[in-house]
Design a protein around this ligand. Structure first.
Ligand code: NAP
Length: 279
């Protein structure tokens, strides 16, 4: 029988996940379909019951349901529990288990740009949902120093305090982050600053940036944010948010099918959707 997968969220019409996963099902000869489902906040519980009643094999979860879905699932993976968000659900013998592949997806994408990332001193800009996943996944992977700069410092302090993995971290204000910038070989921008349509903004000045640094922005719209342009001008390496998006999808696909898919093909698929840009 054909297997059913999907993504729930609101809005969902512009999700690139259906095209990405359906292409992979075809590539690997898997008889399955992946559909987008718009689910409004008030309907989340009914939607999860419906997906279970229909025997859905798995699904992705996006804004605004990543946290609210957790009590509606049968089991939560420990990393997703620590992050406090689920983006991937797998049907395991009729029981729904929630995973988070966003943070691990970022780390997997990072390996291709900085194989030595565990030895690098990292600064994360932001302390929202995506930053939580990235911080905890990097700490779990063994990165020894990860400092955080966020507008609301209390959120960063809470994240550091509740981290179950061993890592050295300082919470910085903007002035200190800019002053100490040269210490970091890895800078990860996770705020929404610089995203379309407000593309002329950057969360901090890169005046003290080391030319040995990799600056990674998890935004992919635009593909080159202001901070990435500034980093390139300063001679640093850059990475945009396509890798995180592709690898979170690849890890979800692997959980559902046991196959780690062709990420280069996924990347080309996503770039086609974003307007034919090649990098
Ligand atoms: P979120 O939970 O709402 O967090 C937003 C973050 O941005 C917080 O740190 C917030 O700071 C900061 N921020 C927002 N506006 C700001 C401003 N004007 N000045 C200073 N700081 C500001 O959002 P999220 O889910 O983490 O997503 C953040 C970004 O990541 C979005 O652009 C999203 O598209 C992108 N993302 C990409 C991927 C991918 O696969 N590539 C995956 C997930 C998310 P405060 O704490 O002070 O409010």
């Amino acid at each position: 029988m054909k297997k059913m997968f999907g993504v729930i969220g609101d809005p969902i019409a512009h999700s690139m996940s259906p095209a990405m996963h359906n292409d992979l099902f075809e590539l690997y000869g898997i008889d399955a379909s992946y559909l987008p489902f718009r689910v409004i906040k008030d309907d989340l519980e009914d939607a999860v019951k419906g997906l279970k009643a229909l025997g859905t094999s798995g699904f992705n979860v996006t804004i605004p349901h990543k946290t609210k879905i957790m009590p509606l699932l049968d089991k939560i993976d420990p990393l997703a529990e620590a992050i406090g968000a689920v983006n991937t659900v797998k049907n395991e013998n009729g029981l729904f288990t929630g995973y988070n592949t966003d943070g691990p997806g970022f780390v997997k994408g990072l390996e291709g740009h900085a194989a030595d990332f565990k030895e690098r001193s990292a600064l994360i800009i932001g302390a929202g949902g995506a930053a939580r996943g990235i911080y905890l996944s990097m700490a779990k992977a063994g990165v020894k120093r990860i400092d955080i700069f966020n507008r609301t410092m209390e959120k960063a302090e809470e994240l550091v305090k509740t981290c179950p993995y061993e890592v050295k971290s300082r919470v910085l204000n903007r002035a200190n982050a800019e002053r100490l910038l040269g210490e970091y070989q890895l800078i990860i921008q996770t705020t929404s600053i610089g995203m379309v349509p407000e593309v002329d903004f950057s969360p901090l000045s890169l005046e003290n940036l080391s030319t040995k640094a990799l600056v990674s922005d998890i935004i992919y719209n635009p593909l080159k944010t202001k901070i990435l342009k500034d980093a390139a001008i300063n001679g640093a390496a850059t990475q945009n948010g396509i890798d995180m998006f592709v690898y979170q999808g690849a890890l979800a696909f692997e959980k559902w099918t046991g196959i780690f898919p062709d990420t280069q093909r996924m990347k080309e698929n996503v770039l086609r959707h974003l307007g034919g840009y090649t990098c």
